[in-house]
Design a protein around this ligand. Sequence first.
Ligand SMILES: Cc1ncc(COP(=O)(O)O)c(C=O)c1O
Length: 278
Amino acid sequence: MKCIFNGQLRDQEEVSFPIDDIALLRGYGIFDFFRLSDGVPLFIEDHLDRFYKGAELARLTSPVSRDELKRLLFEMFEQNRMEVSGIRIVLTGGNGNGAYAVGKSNLIVTQEPISFPTDEMFAHGVKLITHEYLRDLPEVKTINYMTGIWLQQQIKESGAFDVLYIHKGEVHELTRSNIFIVNNEGELITPKEKVLHGVTRKRLINAIGNVQQRNISVGELANAREVFITGTTKKVLPIHTIDQWTYQSAVEGSKTSEVMKVLAQLESEYVHKLVVGK
Ligand SMILES: Cc1ncc(COP(=O)(O)O)c(C=O)c1O
Protein backbone atom coordinates (compact mmCIF):
# COMPACT_ATOMS: atom_id res chain seq x y z
CA MET A 1 0.00 0.00 0.00
CA LYS A 2 1.33 3.40 -1.00
CA CYS A 3 1.24 6.42 1.28
CA ILE A 4 2.51 9.97 0.97
CA PHE A 5 5.28 11.09 3.28
CA ASN A 6 6.58 14.66 3.04
CA GLY A 7 6.10 15.05 -0.67
CA GLN A 8 7.00 11.52 -1.75
CA LEU A 9 4.92 8.51 -2.64
CA ARG A 10 6.30 5.64 -0.55
CA ASP A 11 5.47 2.10 0.55
CA GLN A 12 3.79 2.33 3.94
CA GLU A 13 6.17 -0.20 5.52
CA GLU A 14 9.17 1.86 4.45
CA VAL A 15 8.24 5.11 6.18
CA SER A 16 10.05 5.95 9.39
CA PHE A 17 8.58 8.64 11.55
CA PRO A 18 10.70 10.72 14.00
CA ILE A 19 9.98 9.72 17.60
CA ASP A 20 10.51 13.24 18.92
CA ASP A 21 7.61 14.77 16.95
CA ILE A 22 5.20 16.68 19.25
CA ALA A 23 2.28 14.95 17.52
CA LEU A 24 3.49 11.85 19.34
CA LEU A 25 4.84 13.48 22.50
CA ARG A 26 2.13 16.12 23.06
CA GLY A 27 -0.75 15.27 20.71
CA TYR A 28 -0.12 18.40 18.61
CA GLY A 29 -1.22 18.12 15.01
CA ILE A 30 -4.13 18.40 12.61
CA PHE A 31 -5.65 16.18 9.98
CA ASP A 32 -8.44 15.78 7.48
CA PHE A 33 -10.37 12.77 6.32
CA PHE A 34 -12.38 12.20 3.17
CA ARG A 35 -13.50 9.21 1.21
CA LEU A 36 -13.35 7.73 -2.24
CA SER A 37 -16.69 6.65 -3.64
CA ASP A 38 -16.45 4.67 -6.90
CA GLY A 39 -12.85 5.89 -7.07
CA VAL A 40 -13.92 9.55 -6.84
CA PRO A 41 -12.56 11.66 -3.93
CA LEU A 42 -15.79 13.14 -2.60
CA PHE A 43 -15.76 16.90 -2.05
CA ILE A 44 -11.94 16.91 -2.17
CA GLU A 45 -11.69 20.69 -2.67
CA ASP A 46 -13.64 21.35 0.53
CA HIS A 47 -11.40 18.96 2.46
CA LEU A 48 -8.20 20.52 1.12
CA ASP A 49 -9.56 23.99 1.92
CA ARG A 50 -10.26 22.91 5.50
CA PHE A 51 -6.91 21.17 5.84
CA TYR A 52 -4.83 24.18 4.77
CA LYS A 53 -7.03 26.58 6.79
CA GLY A 54 -6.69 24.27 9.82
CA ALA A 55 -2.90 24.23 9.42
CA GLU A 56 -2.87 28.03 9.49
CA LEU A 57 -5.10 28.19 12.58
CA ALA A 58 -2.87 25.66 14.34
CA ARG A 59 0.23 27.64 13.28
CA LEU A 60 1.61 24.79 11.23
CA THR A 61 3.09 24.82 7.74
CA SER A 62 2.64 21.93 5.36
CA PRO A 63 5.90 20.85 3.70
CA VAL A 64 3.84 20.18 0.57
CA SER A 65 1.84 22.77 -1.38
CA ARG A 66 -1.83 22.25 -2.10
CA ASP A 67 -1.31 21.68 -5.82
CA GLU A 68 1.50 19.21 -5.23
CA LEU A 69 -0.51 17.37 -2.57
CA LYS A 70 -3.44 17.06 -4.95
CA ARG A 71 -1.17 15.67 -7.66
CA LEU A 72 0.32 13.14 -5.23
CA LEU A 73 -3.13 12.13 -3.96
CA PHE A 74 -4.33 11.23 -7.46
CA GLU A 75 -1.13 9.30 -8.06
CA MET A 76 -1.69 7.39 -4.82
CA PHE A 77 -5.33 6.60 -5.74
CA GLU A 78 -4.11 5.30 -9.09
CA GLN A 79 -1.55 2.98 -7.50
CA ASN A 80 -3.59 1.72 -4.51
CA ARG A 81 -6.77 1.07 -6.48
CA MET A 82 -9.17 1.13 -3.52
CA GLU A 83 -12.39 2.40 -5.05
CA VAL A 84 -14.12 2.74 -1.69
CA SER A 85 -11.75 3.93 1.01
CA GLY A 86 -10.83 6.66 3.47
CA ILE A 87 -7.99 9.14 2.99
CA ARG A 88 -6.33 10.53 6.09
CA ILE A 89 -4.03 13.56 5.71
CA VAL A 90 -2.09 14.22 8.91
CA LEU A 91 0.14 17.23 9.58
CA THR A 92 2.22 16.91 12.72
CA GLY A 93 3.66 19.58 14.98
CA GLY A 94 7.27 18.53 14.34
CA ASN A 95 9.76 19.37 17.07
CA GLY A 96 10.95 22.78 18.18
CA ASN A 97 12.44 24.07 21.39
CA GLY A 98 12.72 20.99 23.60
CA ALA A 99 9.48 19.38 22.44
CA TYR A 100 7.35 22.35 23.49
CA ALA A 101 7.05 24.35 20.29
CA VAL A 102 6.09 23.60 16.74
CA GLY A 103 8.97 22.68 14.46
CA LYS A 104 9.21 21.26 10.97
CA SER A 105 5.93 19.47 10.35
CA ASN A 106 5.65 16.01 8.85
CA LEU A 107 2.90 15.29 6.35
CA ILE A 108 1.56 11.75 6.25
CA VAL A 109 -1.26 10.60 3.97
CA THR A 110 -2.69 7.09 4.21
CA GLN A 111 -5.45 5.26 2.39
CA GLU A 112 -7.50 2.82 4.44
CA PRO A 113 -10.66 0.66 4.32
CA ILE A 114 -13.78 2.35 5.71
CA SER A 115 -17.04 1.16 7.17
CA PHE A 116 -20.42 2.83 7.44
CA PRO A 117 -23.33 2.48 9.86
CA THR A 118 -25.48 -0.56 9.02
CA ASP A 119 -28.70 -0.42 6.94
CA GLU A 120 -30.59 -1.13 10.16
CA MET A 121 -29.04 1.97 11.78
CA PHE A 122 -29.94 4.17 8.82
CA ALA A 123 -33.49 2.76 8.82
CA HIS A 124 -34.27 2.93 12.54
CA GLY A 125 -31.79 5.42 13.98
CA VAL A 126 -29.25 5.10 16.79
CA LYS A 127 -28.86 6.18 20.39
CA LEU A 128 -26.43 8.80 21.76
CA ILE A 129 -25.32 9.72 25.24
CA THR A 130 -24.18 13.21 26.23
CA HIS A 131 -20.94 14.33 27.82
CA GLU A 132 -19.85 17.75 29.09
CA TYR A 133 -16.86 18.68 26.94
CA LEU A 134 -15.61 21.27 24.48
CA ARG A 135 -12.90 20.24 22.02
CA ASP A 136 -9.63 22.20 22.02
CA LEU A 137 -9.58 24.64 19.06
CA PRO A 138 -13.04 23.38 18.07
CA GLU A 139 -12.94 24.92 14.57
CA VAL A 140 -9.82 22.87 13.78
CA LYS A 141 -9.71 19.16 13.01
CA THR A 142 -7.02 18.42 15.57
CA ILE A 143 -5.66 14.92 16.09
CA ASN A 144 -6.78 15.01 19.76
CA TYR A 145 -9.61 12.48 20.21
CA MET A 146 -8.61 11.63 23.79
CA THR A 147 -12.06 12.16 25.34
CA GLY A 148 -13.97 10.40 22.57
CA ILE A 149 -11.75 7.34 22.69
CA TRP A 150 -11.67 7.33 26.50
CA LEU A 151 -15.50 7.32 26.50
CA GLN A 152 -15.72 4.24 24.24
CA GLN A 153 -16.28 1.91 27.19
CA GLN A 154 -19.13 4.04 28.58
CA ILE A 155 -20.69 4.33 25.11
CA LYS A 156 -20.63 0.55 24.71
CA GLU A 157 -22.02 -0.08 28.20
CA SER A 158 -24.93 2.31 27.49
CA GLY A 159 -25.73 0.57 24.21
CA ALA A 160 -25.11 3.88 22.45
CA PHE A 161 -23.62 4.58 19.05
CA ASP A 162 -21.60 7.63 20.03
CA VAL A 163 -21.36 10.60 22.37
CA LEU A 164 -22.72 14.14 21.91
CA TYR A 165 -20.62 16.89 23.44
CA ILE A 166 -22.52 19.57 25.34
CA HIS A 167 -20.85 22.50 27.07
CA LYS A 168 -22.31 25.00 29.53
CA GLY A 169 -25.89 24.20 28.54
CA GLU A 170 -25.23 24.27 24.80
CA VAL A 171 -25.11 21.56 22.19
CA HIS A 172 -21.91 21.34 20.14
CA GLU A 173 -21.04 18.24 18.10
CA LEU A 174 -20.19 14.57 18.33
CA THR A 175 -16.77 12.96 18.42
CA ARG A 176 -16.69 12.71 14.60
CA SER A 177 -19.86 14.31 13.32
CA ASN A 178 -22.08 17.39 13.39
CA ILE A 179 -25.61 17.54 14.75
CA PHE A 180 -28.85 18.99 13.34
CA ILE A 181 -32.22 19.23 15.08
CA VAL A 182 -35.73 19.70 13.72
CA ASN A 183 -37.94 21.58 16.19
CA ASN A 184 -41.72 21.31 16.54
CA GLU A 185 -42.19 24.11 14.01
CA GLY A 186 -40.28 22.00 11.48
CA GLU A 187 -37.25 24.32 11.50
CA LEU A 188 -33.85 22.84 10.79
CA ILE A 189 -31.10 24.09 13.14
CA THR A 190 -27.40 23.30 13.57
CA PRO A 191 -24.82 24.79 15.96
CA LYS A 192 -22.72 27.53 14.43
CA GLU A 193 -19.86 28.23 16.80
CA LYS A 194 -17.22 26.16 18.55
CA VAL A 195 -17.74 23.17 16.28
CA LEU A 196 -15.83 21.74 13.37
CA HIS A 197 -17.48 22.96 10.20
CA GLY A 198 -18.00 19.56 8.64
CA VAL A 199 -17.92 19.24 4.87
CA THR A 200 -21.13 17.17 4.93
CA ARG A 201 -22.77 19.88 7.10
CA LYS A 202 -21.67 22.60 4.69
CA ARG A 203 -22.81 20.78 1.54
CA LEU A 204 -26.23 20.10 3.10
CA ILE A 205 -26.69 23.69 4.32
CA ASN A 206 -25.91 24.97 0.82
CA ALA A 207 -28.26 22.49 -0.84
CA ILE A 208 -31.19 22.87 1.57
CA GLY A 209 -31.04 26.65 1.93
CA ASN A 210 -33.15 27.39 5.01
CA VAL A 211 -31.02 25.92 7.80
CA GLN A 212 -30.60 28.10 10.90
CA GLN A 213 -27.01 28.22 12.12
CA ARG A 214 -27.09 29.28 15.76
CA ASN A 215 -26.58 28.09 19.32
CA ILE A 216 -28.83 25.24 20.46
CA SER A 217 -29.60 24.93 24.17
CA VAL A 218 -29.89 21.56 25.86
CA GLY A 219 -33.57 22.44 26.54
CA GLU A 220 -34.15 22.87 22.82
CA LEU A 221 -32.47 19.55 22.14
CA ALA A 222 -34.72 17.87 24.74
CA ASN A 223 -37.84 19.26 23.01
CA ALA A 224 -36.76 18.63 19.41
CA ARG A 225 -38.90 16.46 17.15
CA GLU A 226 -36.04 14.98 15.12
CA VAL A 227 -32.27 14.79 15.44
CA PHE A 228 -29.71 13.59 12.93
CA ILE A 229 -25.94 13.64 12.64
CA THR A 230 -23.74 14.21 9.60
CA GLY A 231 -20.20 13.25 8.67
CA THR A 232 -17.99 11.74 6.00
CA THR A 233 -18.53 8.16 7.19
CA LYS A 234 -21.85 8.67 9.04
CA LYS A 235 -23.51 10.32 6.00
CA VAL A 236 -26.91 11.44 7.43
CA LEU A 237 -27.75 9.19 10.35
CA PRO A 238 -31.05 9.46 12.28
CA ILE A 239 -30.99 9.58 16.08
CA HIS A 240 -33.84 7.96 18.02
CA THR A 241 -32.62 8.51 21.58
CA ILE A 242 -30.29 10.87 23.44
CA ASP A 243 -30.00 10.08 27.15
CA GLN A 244 -33.69 10.07 28.32
CA TRP A 245 -35.12 11.91 25.26
CA THR A 246 -36.63 10.22 22.21
CA TYR A 247 -37.13 11.48 18.65
CA GLN A 248 -39.21 10.79 15.55
CA SER A 249 -36.24 11.03 13.18
CA ALA A 250 -36.50 7.67 11.44
CA VAL A 251 -40.25 7.61 10.82
CA GLU A 252 -41.84 7.66 7.34
CA GLY A 253 -41.95 11.17 5.91
CA SER A 254 -39.55 12.71 8.45
CA LYS A 255 -37.42 15.73 7.60
CA THR A 256 -34.40 13.54 8.38
CA SER A 257 -35.36 11.08 5.64
CA GLU A 258 -35.60 14.01 3.19
CA VAL A 259 -32.12 15.19 4.18
CA MET A 260 -30.77 11.65 3.73
CA LYS A 261 -32.03 11.78 0.14
CA VAL A 262 -30.48 15.23 -0.41
CA LEU A 263 -27.04 13.93 0.57
CA ALA A 264 -27.37 10.80 -1.57
CA GLN A 265 -28.24 13.06 -4.51
CA LEU A 266 -25.32 15.43 -3.82
CA GLU A 267 -22.91 12.50 -3.68
CA SER A 268 -24.13 10.85 -6.85
CA GLU A 269 -24.09 14.16 -8.75
CA TYR A 270 -20.51 14.79 -7.60
CA VAL A 271 -19.33 11.28 -8.52
CA HIS A 272 -21.09 11.43 -11.87
CA LYS A 273 -19.63 14.84 -12.70
CA LEU A 274 -16.08 13.67 -11.99
CA VAL A 275 -16.40 10.33 -13.76
CA VAL A 276 -17.98 11.92 -16.85
CA GLY A 277 -15.57 14.87 -16.71
CA LYS A 278 -12.46 12.63 -16.73
C1 LIG B 1 -15.17 16.70 15.64
C2 LIG B 1 -15.81 16.50 14.31
N1 LIG B 1 -16.94 17.18 14.00
C3 LIG B 1 -17.56 17.00 12.81
C4 LIG B 1 -17.07 16.11 11.85
C5 LIG B 1 -17.78 15.94 10.52
O1 LIG B 1 -17.07 16.50 9.46
P1 LIG B 1 -17.16 15.96 7.95
O2 LIG B 1 -18.59 16.11 7.51
O3 LIG B 1 -16.24 16.87 7.20
O4 LIG B 1 -16.71 14.55 7.98
C6 LIG B 1 -15.89 15.41 12.12
C7 LIG B 1 -15.32 14.49 11.11
O5 LIG B 1 -14.57 13.61 11.39
C8 LIG B 1 -15.24 15.61 13.38
O6 LIG B 1 -14.10 14.94 13.68
